[in-house]
Design a protein around this ligand. Structure first.
Ligand SMILES: C[S@@+](CC[C@H](N)C(=O)[O-])C[C@H]1O[C@@H](n2cnc3c(N)ncnc32)[C@H](O)[C@@H]1O
Length: 273
């Protein structure tokens, strides 16, 4: 124990925090963001880059490992676990849509884990896109099949004919869920852009368990399986489309190894229990 503490103290001496750039978001000019690197020459596989929202208190938007052999990124543990649980052979994933990209931690995880997957990222802040292109998605050997589009996510998916196998919703205004994720139109649009075998993961950071449950219940007429998962009191909604009860059974068995499943709403003809 003492040796471990001494080793920790020794390693910490080499840790370096570097402010790479500070910027104001044009949508919220009063709010500052910092791009920060945290590195240690003795532990290079742990080197990370973050986008931190600064407004009195700080809140991390995105974090990536700088080394490309780290596929799972240091943030969004639940998203990685839910994706691996639904798609244990993630490299076969064909298409993914990420709504809200900032520093593109999720697109990086997908691009590294499924290099052939066609990944589309939607981000409405031009400044975030500029920062992402400069510091986060600038390695063409990783982002071969990734396109980062400047658009409003709600308009983008409305009337879109494409169908995605994985959809991730991470839409924030400052440090709050975007209010438009609660609109009926958005719920219907999510249904129309998801493939017949698909998973949709919604980051519900600001909602309590009961609010997250109430929100996810609104999807049960559109999606045959809807869940609320908990990662240390941070809730995620998960919507699955499938015709196969075994898919749900496998997904649940894997997901509960790492996350708490708070609620599950399954259409009666698919219930694997
Ligand atoms: C928490 S960050 C996303 C982090 C990102 N998913 C990742 O993988 O690192 C939320 C992002 O949503 C973006 N956003 C908010 N409303 C949006 C909208 N209507 N359309 C597109 N992007 C939006 C914000 O500009 C912000 O960059």
């Amino acid at each position: 124990m003492r040796l471990r503490k001494m080793l920790g103290a020794f390693l910490r001496k080499f840790e370096k925090k570097t402010l790479v750039e500070s910027f104001h978001d044009e949508m919220n000019p009063e709010i500052m963001f910092d791009v920060v690197d945290e590195t240690n020459p003795l532990l290079p596989w742990r080197d990370i880059r973050r986008i931190i929202f600064q407004n009195g208190s700080s809140y991390v938007y995105s974090t990536i490992y700088l080394h490309k052999y780290r596929h799972d990124q240091p943030i969004y543990y639940a998203v990685h676990q839910l994706t691996h649980s639904y798609l244990p052979r993630l490299s076969r994933l064909k298409s993914a849509l990420v709504l809200g990209c900032a520093g593109c931690s999720i697109p990086r995880f997908l691009a590294l884990s499924a290099p052939k997957c066609k990944i589309t990222g939607i981000e409405y802040s031009e400044k975030m896109i500029e920062i992402a292109r400069k510091y986060f998605v600038n390695d063409p050997t990783i982002f071969r099949n990734f396109q980062l589009l400047h658009a409003d996510a709600f308009s983008y998916i409305h009337g879109l004919s494409e169908k995605y196998h994985l959809l991730y919703v991470d839409l924030f205004l400052a440090d709050k869920n975007h209010p438009q994720i609660f609109a009926d139109d958005f719920l219907r649009d999510l249904d129309s852009v998801t493939a017949e075998e698909s998973i949709t993961i919604i980051n519900l950071l600001n909602l309590s368990k009961s609010d997250a449950t109430r929100y996810i219940l609104r999807f049960v007429e559109l999606f045959p399986a809807a869940y609320v998962f908990n990662e240390r009191f941070h809730y995620y909604g998960v919507l699955i489309k499938t015709a196969n009860p075994a898919t749900l059974k496998r997904f649940e068995a894997r997901a509960v190894k790492n996350l708490r499943m708070e609620e599950r709403f399954i259409s009666p003809n698919l219930n694997p229990r």
